[in-house]
Design a protein around this ligand. Structure first.
Ligand code: CP
Length: 333
């Protein structure tokens, strides 16, 4: 399922937008039905999505063109776990492209009567949705339903596995600020074990030639990432020294069955990011976080509100990135 970018000139995406819908249709689509994870995306596919997201961002003021892109197509979101950013930005992205969007409220849907995941997916397809965005507590849930429906399935976070559109918007933000994805030092700090965001970012960044360092409580550091060239730092100071990007992860207390660190206070002291610690990184380092933040735990509140932090830019960029994903999966050529 590799993407062929042969014959595609990425440069004139902005021109493609000004040429209207026909221009946009010239952009090569992703040659896949679903977006399930970063693991199986090629670097060319990642860059294509980021380039088209740039195009979408630039075209936001041209609502007439954008709203014709996917007119007549429909999107259902099914979030079995809470979400603010991912769900609202998919809704906004779909509507900006002219899609009709329905947010299935799981707690008052037939899931509450015991309907299975497979039957829920088949039902959404039979109602006529062209795309299903799913977040589920079970790793592999999006992959499971993708086998049964012809609709495009987009993974909005599955258990402790992957969160691909978060990684894409993170890479988009990194590339926007730093101008490149190669030759950077990126420190990922915190609860790596439970983080589908960390997993997707590591899969994504390992396709580019940057230095990746992780740091967190030993009980929260899976060893499996060493095969992706990820270094492990014992101390946070070592991880962030000279870093271009500091990526802080949320402590996911809801996924911990046993206490993996002694106390929140101790975690904040050893692994929390502060304005003082950021001074060890490169002068123009930025701090990122997928949200929602635990202020005062993994990130100090004054740092989160400072110019160093790009957390709200990440959220804004998520709309353009999700527009790009929807267009590249569903747009006709
Ligand atoms: N980063 C992220 O997935 O946020 P939400 O849970 O608010 O969607």
């Amino acid at each position: 399922m590799s993407l062929s970018t042969q014959g595609v000139n990425h440069a004139p995406y902005t021109m493609a937008v000004s040429a209207g819908l026909d221009g946009l249709r010239q952009i090569k689509k992703l040659e896949r039905k679903d977006l399930l994870g970063m693991h199986d995306l090629s670097s060319e596919e990642v860059e294509l999505i980021l380039d088209v997201a740039d195009c979408m961002k630039g075209a936001m003021s041209n609502a007439n063109v954008l709203s014709e892109c996917l007119r007549g197509k429909s999107l259902a979101t099914a979030f079995y776990e809470p979400s603010t950013r991912t769900r609202t930005s998919f809704e906004r992205a779909g509507k900006a492209l002219g899609m009709s969007v329905t947010n299935l409220q799981i707690d008052v849907s037939s899931v509450a009567k015991g309907e299975s995941l497979k039957d829920t997916a088949l039902t959404l397809q039979s109602v006529g949705y062209d795309a299903i965005v799913i977040r589920h507590w079970a790793s592999g849930a999006p992959h499971f339903i993708a086998k049964y429906v012809s609709a495009s399935v987009i993974n909005a976070g599955d258990g402790m596995h992957e969160h691909p559109t978060q990684a894409l918007l993170d890479l988009y933000t990194m590339r926007k600020v730093k101008g490149r994805l190669h030759g950077l030092k990126i420190a990922i700090i915190g609860d790596i074990l439970h983080s589908r965001v960390a997993r997707s970012i590591i899969f994504a960044l390992s396709k580019f030639n940057s230095e990746l360092v992780v740091c967190g409580p030993p009980t929260m550091l899976p060893r499996a990432f060493s095969e992706f060239g990820v270094k492990v730092a014992k101390r946070i100071e070592e991880a962030i020294e000279g870093a271009d990007i500091i990526y802080m992860l949320r402590i996911q207390l809801e996924r911990q069955r046993v206490g993996l660190f002694p106390s929140i206070g101790e975690y904040a002291k050893l692994y929390g990011m502060t304005l003082e610690r950021v001074r060890l990184a490169s002068e123009d380092a930025i701090v990122m976080h997928p949200g929602p933040m635990n202020r005062g735990v993994e990130i100090a509140s004054d740092l989160a509100d400072s110019e160093k932090a790009r957390i709200l830019d990440q959220v804004t960029n998520g709309v353009a990135v999700r527009m790009a994903v929807l267009w590249l999966l569903l747009g006709s050529q």
